[in-house]
Design a protein around this ligand. Structure first.
Ligand code: NDP
Length: 401
């Protein structure tokens, strides 16, 4: 039914591409294109061997808009799924505007030389998407992505009003390395080493990195130290969940990860500005990325579970109500199915679902949208049938006290 172009060939792309191939009644033609074509070819042969589905591959520099436009025209793609890096978001959105095809990504735009992520420049393309008659779906991963859909589902079906949201992201997987990141190291370390921020009573409150810590008992995992971070879905949820008094985001980190990160930061290895090294410019965090294990290679060695979800408090029919809605994912099960670990899996599956709902015309519209702006139910149903089943627990209301 739909011709899909996927850009990027890392861990998230592997899962998204495998899952799209598993939904080949929706995606009748798939092209996988990335900077390094051999990585696309490897994913394509995995898919051919496992599923008997043929996909096309191509080399592309996603920073080159004209080249992307050419590729879209050549493949006849109707939807572009961007699972490259946040740096490519704007170029790829502009290529979609020019060719009038739908756009989906999993992470908001970041300028390479500014460690700051926000929707401003992507939202600014709303009118151009409308004029082109196309839909841009932003942040169709897990967080952002499924966490936005969980909040929308709660708003649309479970509450009359929502006051407090805590998004809780736990990765209790062990890959056996002293230090490695579960998705692109550069993006991951920029996010984690930044100042924290949350929203309360109409304004943003900034914290030092890792300043706020709490212990949280994650179902099927146990108690873990969880640290407050700024995360991009907060920016859109503050706009779209009406009546909200406070929203925060927490992520778990082990002591070894934090010690390594601090050390690297202290010696300047997380720097994003060029420095001179033996007569040539290098960017410290890019050099560090070369040294660290490729996240796409962690699948085989990562054991344990992830648990990502939202604790939401508000009122329903005049009564105080609190729920915990979450998904638990097994790293090894993900690896068996797709060859990638759970952090890639929990991002790649929702990326495919976002593309599928657009391909089938279930989520439709013209302009640039965040996930919570659509009917959450069809997405929630797809999560259950595509490998990311969710649960809801009713809790004694306590959030916000
Ligand atoms: P990887 O670094 O493993 O993969 C990125 C891929 O993009 C690589 O194949 C890389 O090519 C390719 N790429 C980079 N620059 C270009 C370019 N200029 N042209 C063409 N291809 C390019 O990252 P992940 O798979 O771990 O993450 C992918 C995306 O998912 C990121 O944007 C990340 O922020 C996002 N993410 C979102 C999450 C969510 O829950 N919303 C969670 C985790 C990740 P090459 O192979 O040559 O390096």
């Amino acid at each position: 039914m739909k011709n899909l172009l996927i850009i990027g060939a890392g861990g998230v792309s592997r899962v998204a591409t495998v899952k799209c191939a598993m939904n080949s009644h929706t995606f009748t033609h798939i092209t996988l294109a990335s900077r390094t074509k051999s990585k696309c070819d490897e994913i394509a042969s995995f898919i051919k061997e496992r599923l008997g589905v043929e996909i096309d591959t191509a080399q592309i520099d996603a920073d080159d808009k004209d080249a992307v436009v050419k590729l879209i025209k050549k493949t006849g793609a109707e939807i572009l799924l961007n699972v490259a890096l946040p740096y490519q978001d704007l170029t790829l959105m502009d290529a979609c505007i020019e060719t009038k095809i739908h756009y989906i990504d999993t992470a908001n735009y970041e300028h390479p030389s500014l460690a700051q992520f926000e929707y401003k420049e992507q939202w600014a393309r709303n009118d151009k998407f409308k004029e082109a008659g196309i839909l841009g779906l932003l942040g169709s991963g897990f967080d952002p992505g499924v966490t936005n859909v969980f909040c929308a589902y709660a708003q649309q079906n479970l509450f009359d009003e929502i006051f407090y949201i805590d998004i809780l992201d736990c990765n209790a997987g062990d890959h056996g390395y002293a230090f490695a990141t579960n998705f692109n190291p550069e993006i991951n370390l920029r996010e984690v080493s930044a100042k924290g921020r949350y929203w309360e009573n109409g304004k943003w409150i900034q914290t030092e990195p890792m300043e706020i810590k709490m212990e949280w008992d994650y179902p099927e995992i146990g108690i873990k130290d969880s640290y407050l971070l700024y995360h991009e879905e907060l920016e859109s949820l503050v706009k779209n969940i009406k009546g909200l008094k406070r929203i925060r985001f927490f992520m778990t980190f082990g002591q070894s990860y934090l010690t390594h990160m601090k050390c690297l930061e202290n010696v300047g290895m997380l720097g994003i500005k060029p420095i001179m090294h033996q007569g040539r410019e290098i960017i410290p965090i890019e050099f560090l990325k070369t040294l660290l294990p490729d996240p796409a290679s962690l699948g085989v060695r990562t054991k344990g579970y992830t648990n990502i979800g939202c604790v939401i408090r508000g009122i329903k029919e005049g009564k105080d109500k609190q729920i915990y809605i979450y998904n638990v994912c097994d790293h090894q099960a993900c690896y068996k199915e797709t060859g990638a670990q759970a952090v890639s899996y929990t991002t790649g599956v929702p990326a495919m679902i976002g593309a599928k709902l657009i391909a089938k015309g279930i989520w439709k519209g013209q302009g640039v949208f965040n996930m919570e702006e659509f009917d959450a139910k069809p997405f929630m149903e797809e999560l259950n049938s595509q490998g990311l089943a969710w649960k809801i627990i009713e809790m004694t209301p306590s959030l916000g006290e």
